[in-house]
Design a protein around this ligand. Structure first.
Ligand SMILES: Nc1ncnc2c1ncn2[C@@H]1O[C@H](COP(=O)(O)OP(=O)(O)OP(=O)(O)O)[C@@H](O)[C@H]1O
Length: 514
């Protein structure tokens, strides 16, 4: 039944006639029409010599005649190169700009993802004189402001009459990559930060971003980029320019197809490997004449070279099987996904208590501080850590080179979760494996889940019983160590809580005395 539901036709008419990205071929850079030679050079430096199919399809819709006439909705598998698919045309289009101001905004759900996307823009934008900013709360807001906003230099020694000079704050970046929270901080409090001149809005990992309101960031952005004319007569406008004499006047369209739409409009690009088809969610984006680009006839698609396997074992034996599997994988980069931050912590503690596995195993979850997470991620990227035990914080978008295997220690409840987890491997046309641990009663449900992504092949992966048996003695001692460790963490936690509540009482008493 779920399968037939899957094949059902999307409610929105424009979603029923998409451009099929699978019909496009990779295109060498020298054959790509209109590509700025400076960008070609920058791409070659990045190791990109041809564009992937989704990038060619988007290029075709965005460069040349009819460029960006429609908003683009891109549903393309994990690792297929969606970031460059939007970054390249935006940078090429902005390369002709003469005045620096914020023209492209890219919103992502997490700081790590935003950093990753900023890297892609930073690799190509400077080649055509564009600068890229980041607003994610990685540094203090003051530092971020100094990077994003340029204050005019006043000459030393000259006495300026404060009544006379109008301090013009200017945006110092052409492209901004942001998380919604920090974006809202700048919108609400940063002097000179304006979306007035915005031409491109990218909402990456759209379905994830639409799930959470984050201080109404989306309505706010749309509001700030809609018509700013007071009425039918533009001369009646009283908008104060924030960029010297440069003004962007947005009017309400009156022509057919543009009625009540702002012109010049902000072009929107929304992307995901699991793009929502829910009309009410998509309506929030106020898309203009949207065009869907999708890969193949299926709504969900796994990477072409991904191999899926299942391992069946009882719950209590899972750690043993996992260790045996990790040993079999001989230090290849792996991400082990669990269903919660608590089990991520427990599992990584248990694995580290297993004696010398000749593997560096680290935890990566939303329970940790950002600085700890970033350090772990760097160590994983550069190969110092081979196994990352992760909660779903890692599932979306993260691109770590050389991840050969993904292990679902807990079966994902939804196909979207499977897609995003499995998609950390087999990226950019490379091979990769996804192993899923199942209990017997989960096998049928898992099969149905995979069918939603048109995957009917998930063979059983068997581990030699000798390797399981040889690990048993280490397992019981590791369980003992885990118990000790969890208890010591609990008592440490209690001590911290009672210390801070005592401190609270003392300061309360002091306050009363005062
Ligand atoms: N044209 C290209 N040639 C070579 N490598 C590329 C090209 N385009 C992208 N890549 C590489 O492919 C990998 C995946 O790209 P990207 O992260 O953009 O995928 P994605 O489709 O956004 O995946 P996800 O849905 O998981 O976010 C990256 O390592 C990127 O550097």
């Amino acid at each position: 039944m779920e399968n037939s539901k899957q094949k059902s036709v999307p409610v929105l008419p424009w979603m029923r006639s998409p451009i099929d990205v699978s019909l496009f071929e990779e295109c060498p850079l020298n054959l790509l029409p209109c590509l700025d030679p400076r960008l070609e050079e920058a791409l070659l430096k990045m190791g990109v010599s041809s564009l992937f199919p989704v990038q060619v399809a988007v290029w075709q819709e965005t460069i040349g005649p009819g460029a960006f006439e429609r908003d683009l909705c891109i549903n393309s598998p994990t690792g297929s190169g969606k970031t460059l698919a939007y970054a390249l045309p935006i940078v090429q289009m902005l390369s002709a700009r003469t005045v620096k101001c914020l023209r492209a905004l890219v919103v992502l759900p997490t700081r790590d993802l935003a950093l990753q996307v900023k890297e892609v823009f930073s690799a190509i934008a400077p080649a055509v004189g564009l600068s890229v900013g980041l607003a994610v709360g990685q540094t203090s807001i003051a530092d971020e402001i100094s990077q994003l906003i340029k204050r005019p230099k006043l000459e030393a020694g000259i006495c300026y009459d404060p009544e006379e000079i109008r301090v013009e704050f200017q945006t110092n970046v052409d492209i901004l990559v942001a998380t919604p929270g920090r974006l809202m901080d700048h919108i609400n409090t940063t002097k000179g930060f304006t979306l007035e001149h915005l031409s491109y809005l990218v909402v990456d990992e759209t379905d994830r971003l639409l799930r959470e309101a984050y201080q109404s960031w989306l309505p706010t952005v749309l509001q700030l980029t809609c018509s700013n004319e007071d009425g039918l007569f533009p001369s009646a406008r009283t908008v104060t320019p924030t960029l010297g004499s440069l003004q962007t006047i947005r009017r309400n369209g009156v022509e057919r197809g543009f009625k009540d739409k702002t012109y010049p409009r902000v072009v929107k690009m929304i992307l995901s490997a699991t793009l929502t088809q829910d009309p009410s969610k998509l309506a929030q984006l106020d898309l203009h004449h949207p065009l869907l680009l999708t890969t193949g006839p299926r709504r969900y698609q796994l990477p072409e070279k991904l191999k899926s396997y299942k391992l069946i074992c009882e719950s209590k034996l899972k750690p043993l099987y996992l260790v045996a599997l990790l040993q079999e994988l001989k230090g290849e980069k792996c991400i082990v996904f669990t269903s919660s931050v608590e089990s991520t912590h427990r599992l990584s503690t248990l694995l580290n208590a297993f004696g010398d596995l000749q593997l560096q195993i680290k935890e990566y979850s939303g329970l940790q501080r950002q600085s700890v997470r970033s350090k772990t991620l760097n160590a994983f990227r550069n190969g110092e850590v081979q196994v990352l035990v992760s909660s779903d914080a890692m599932t979306r978008g993260m691109d770590v080179e050389g991840v050969m295997n993904v292990i679902n220690y807990d079966m994902p409840a939804y196909i979207k979760t499977y897609i995003h987890r499995a998609g950390r491997t087999a990226r950019a046309g490379k091979t990769g494996c996804c192993f899923t641990f199942l209990r017997k009663h989960e096998v049928k449900r898992f099969k149905k889940l995979l069918q939603k992504a048109d995957n009917n092949s998930c063979p059983l992966h068997c581990l030699p019983s000798e390797s399981i048996e040889s690990l048993r003695p280490f397992y019981s001692s590791a369980l003992g160590k885990l118990k000790e460790c969890i208890e010591s963490e609990k008592s440490k936690h209690h001590r911290t809580i009672s210390k801070s509540s005592r401190a609270g009482k003392v300061s309360g008493v002091n306050n009363q005395k005062q």
